[in-house]
Design a protein around this ligand. Structure first.
Ligand SMILES: Nc1ncnc2c1ncn2[C@@H]1O[C@H](COP(=O)(O)OP(=O)(O)OP(=O)(O)O)[C@@H](O)[C@H]1O
Ligand SMILES: [Mg+2]
Length: 268
């Protein structure tokens, strides 16, 4: 108790950039570092939930009422929507395919950008967690605005590929717009993911990112590693699947960096 809870979103409108993989593995690594972590699956694809539970379990959670969709739709305190994962210090609020309709649900509500923030107020005030990590879908609508308004910081995973930076300027502009209603939101940094050392895109991606002043890039880069997919196929974070995997060590390093930067941002 007595902790300060930092809420961080993993967002990028570019699909497949590594948001979910990074959210799940940074979350697990932080829990191994002794931090208490709550993961929130904000995407109808339910990939974050599937990172910890089998398809059967996830579909069961999605078809019940104990998932993010109902919590947000009913504008309830999300404390009751948490479930424990098989890992110590790591809880999850699962998603549902119904999340595809969340924009519609929010549309007519009063102060609709702040609904998720309000739903999380109780958990934040309880100071039970060091980190709440939210996995965002690859969109830029009202629901992602909710996720960002609920967050203290945002991390942008960018894939080191020819199209990885496609749309990233839009994303930065979008973040600037969101800051008008969430002035405390900090862009923690860009994480380069899925780097294939045999190709040259890593350097190209870094060079292109330099064009955006005031955008910092995490020094830990996540390289392509097939163990990630094996781990996901087994509903486990990569460190829990194979401790010696390169990506397991990289995500541990990234988690330390995230912790280091996130401590410095102020809460809003
Ligand atoms: N370092 C890596 N090495 C190999 N494969 C990876 C790596 N990181 C992610 N992947 C794979 O790339 C795909 C996309 O990753 P992920 O689901 O994390 O991206 P995302 O940004 O969450 O996607 P979406 O926009 O659909 O939510 C997944 O199949 C995942 O297994
Ligand atoms: Mg995802």
């Amino acid at each position: 108790m007595g902790k300060k809870t930092r809420i961080l979103a993993f967002a990028n409108n570019k699909g497949g950039s590594g948001k979910t993989t990074t959210c799940a593995n940074v979350g697990y690594s932080l829990s191994l570092l002794g931090k208490k972590v709550l993961l929130i699956d904000g995407d109808m694809q339910m990939n974050l939930s599937l990172s910890f539970f089998s398809e059967e379990e996830v579909l069961k959670l999605a078809s019940g009422e104990k998932n993010l969709y109902y919590g947000v739709k009913k504008q309830e305190d999300l404390s009751d929507y948490r479930i424990t994962t098989p890992y110590e210090n790591l809880d999850l609020i699962p998603s549902s395919t119904l999340m595809s309709g969340i924009e519609y649900e929010l549309f007519t509500k009063w102060q609709r950008e702040m609904i998720l923030k309000n739903c999380l107020a109780g958990i934040r005030e309880s100071c039970e967690y060091d980190y709440i990590l939210i996995d965002a879908p690859p969109t830029l609508g009202g629901w992602v605005i909710n996720i960002l308004c609920a967050s203290d910081g945002v991390i942008l995973p960018v894939e080191a590929s020819p199209w990885g930076l496609f749309g990233v300027a839009n994303m930065f502009e979008f973040l600037e717009d969101v800051k008008k209603i969430a002035p405390g939101l900090a862009l923690l940094g860009v994480v380069i993911t899925k780097l294939d050392a045999r190709k040259n895109y890593g350097r190209q991606t870094l060079e292109a990112l330099k064009a955006f002043e005031e955008v910092s890039v995490f020094s830990t880069v996540i390289r392509v590693d097939s163990e990630i997919e094996w781990a996901q196929d087994n509903s486990r974070p990569v460190y829990a699947y194979k401790k010696s995997a390169r990506s397991a060590l990289e995500y541990m390093e990234l988690a330390k960096e995230v912790d280091n930067y996130a401590r410095r941002i102020r809460q809003h």
